[in-house]
Design a protein around this ligand. Sequence first.
Ligand code: GLC
Length: 623
Amino acid sequence: MAPCFSRNPAQRFARHLAPSLSGLALALCLGSLIAAAGAQRPMIETATQAHPAAAFAFPASPDPWWKHAVVYEIYPRSFQDSNGDGIGDLNGITSRLDYLKTLGIDAMWISPMYPSPQVDFGYDISNYESVDPQYGTLADMDKLIAESKKRGLRICLDMVLNHTSDKHPWFIDAASSRTSPKHDWYVWNDGKSADAPGVTAYQKRFEHEGKVPPNNWVSGFGGSAWEWVPAVHQFYYHKFYKQQPDLNWDNPAVEKAMFGAMRFWLDRGVAGFRLDAIPTLFEDPQLRDERELGGVNAQGDPNLAGNYTDNLPKVHDVIRRMRAMVDSYPGDRVLIGETYLPNTAALDQWYGGEAHDELQLPMDMLVGFHGDHDKLTADSFRQHIVEVETQVHGSQPLLVFDNHDNVRAIDRYGDGTHNDQINKLLATVLFTTKATALMYYGEELGMTTTTPTHKEDVKDPIGITGWPQEKGRDGERTPMQWTPGPQAGFSTDPHTWLPVAPDYKTVNVQVESKEKGSELAWFEQMMALRRSNPALRSGTMTMLDTSNPDVLSYVRSTGTGPAVVIAMNFTAEPKTLSLDLSSAGVTGTSIKTLAADDASLLSIGTLKNVTLPPYASWVASVQ
Ligand code: GLC
C-alpha cells in the first residue's frame, strides 16, 4: 500500500496508489423557475414532468431508501453561516433545507460537527455526544434532524472511529499515567533504543530519552506516526496528525464506547454514518516495518507501503458487529465507508462479500478517483463501472467524484476548455448508473478548487507543512456560493474562514437557477429523471458499443416500458455513433431525448449516426 497521500494533489487521498434570499424564498424562487421553465427550457423537459414536488408520488418500494438515494456531503464550516461569524453552522444548514429538497437529494452526510479543537477541522473529536459551539447546540442538531425529516430528507453523520482528539478526556487520562484506566484505549509503545542496529538517521530525528519509535511508520499527515509522551515514557501511534491519537480497537472497551456514541445519535434519529478512515482501525500487532517504496512524499517522509496499518482483516469483525447493532434500529439505517481500496475485490470484502453483512455502502473510489491520474477516458470509466456493478456479489455500488479531501472533479477531469460539459458528463455518470450517488456541496454549481497562493493563507495544516508540494485541502472547502452578493450569500462577515472563490458572481445558486442550461439545471434534471424514470431507477444496465474508446454508452431497462439509453462523448472532438440495443433485449425504435446538454441532440429520433458534440451527454428513452 502506498501512503495516504500521493504527490499528485489530485490523487491526494487515493490511498490505493496509496443569503440574500432566505432559504424559503430561494426554494420558492427555484421551484417556480423550474415549474415555469417547461416552455423556455426544452433541455429540461423531463425535469418539468418530474418536478421535485412529484418525488414523493413515487410508489412505495421494498428497497431500502439508500438504494436509490443521492447523498449530499455538507462541510458544515463552509455551507451557510447563520450567525455572522464567517463560519458555517447547523442553523445555516437548516435554513437551506428547502434548497436541498428542490435540488433533489435524499440524504445529507454532514462532516464532523462535534466538539473539537479543530486541528483537522472536526476530524479530531473531543466529545462524540455533543455539538461544537462554533456550529451550534445539540438542540440545533435536533431541529436540523426534525426539519429534514419534515421534508423527507435524512441526516447521516460522520463517525471518526480510528482516533480521537488528543484533547478528548479519554486521551488526557490515557497519557497521564501508564496505570490510568484509559491508558490501554490508545496504542502505546516503549520504543527501541536509538543505538539498536538498523535505526536510520530518519528515525533518529524522532529520538527521545534515548528511544526512537518502534518502527518506520509515518503519519499520513507528515512525520513519524509515533509521538513521545514524557509522562509515560512511551510513544503513541497516530495515523494522522499527532493531535489525533489512534484508538486501540483490540481493547473491547473501545468498541463498547464507540458503539455507544453511535447509538447516541441513532437514538436521536440519524439515518446512518459515514465511517471516516475506517480501513485504518487496526495495526500489525508485531509492528513490522513497512516496505519502503523509494523516494519521499510531499511532506518529505519516505514513501511506504501500507500493509501494516491499513485494511487489516480484523477490522471486518468489528464491522460485522457494528452492522448488527445498526440493523437493530428500524428504518434501514446505513453505514457508508470511506474506503480507498486498491481494487474491486477489496471493496467487495467491505460489503461482506456473499454474506452482505458489513457496510451497505462502502464508497467506490475507483471510478471517481481512479489511479491513472484521473484521465477522463471512456474505456477506464467503462471498465471500473462494469467491475463495481458486477463484482460485488449483487451489493449496491456507491459512486463518488468529489469530497472535502480532494481537488474537485471539475478540475481533476476538466480540460480547461470544456469544464462545464465535463462536469455535466460526470453528473450524468453519477446519476444514471444503478449506483447510489454521493455528491459534494457546490458540485452542482461547478464550483472549482481555489487553492491558496500564499503559504500564510493556508488553514489546513498539511498545506503548511507540505508547502509548496502539498498545498492542503482548503481549495475544495471554500464557502458555498449562493448569490452574486457579498460573501456569495454564505455569511454577513467579510472575513469568512476561507475566502469565497473569485467566480462566485456567475457560479452561484441564484444565477444558475435562472440560467437555461446551467450546471445546476443539469444536476436537478438528472436527479429528477433518476427519481421518476422507472428504468433509471431500477432497471438493469447493459454496456453498449464496448470497444468504443471515445464514447461511453449503456442502456437501462426494466424489461417492460421504455428503456433509457445514455451516451457520453469523452473527447474534445465530435463523435458519431450507432447503437445496437439488442444485446440488452431492447428492440424499440421510437427514440425520444429526455435530456441533452447540447441543443443539436434534442430532436434525435434514431440510434443511427448520432453525432455527439465534444463532451456531450445524451439521455433518451427507447420504446
Ligand atoms: C478522512 C477525512 C479527512 C481527515 C482524515 C483523518 O480521510 O476525510 O478529512 O483528515 O480522515 O480523520
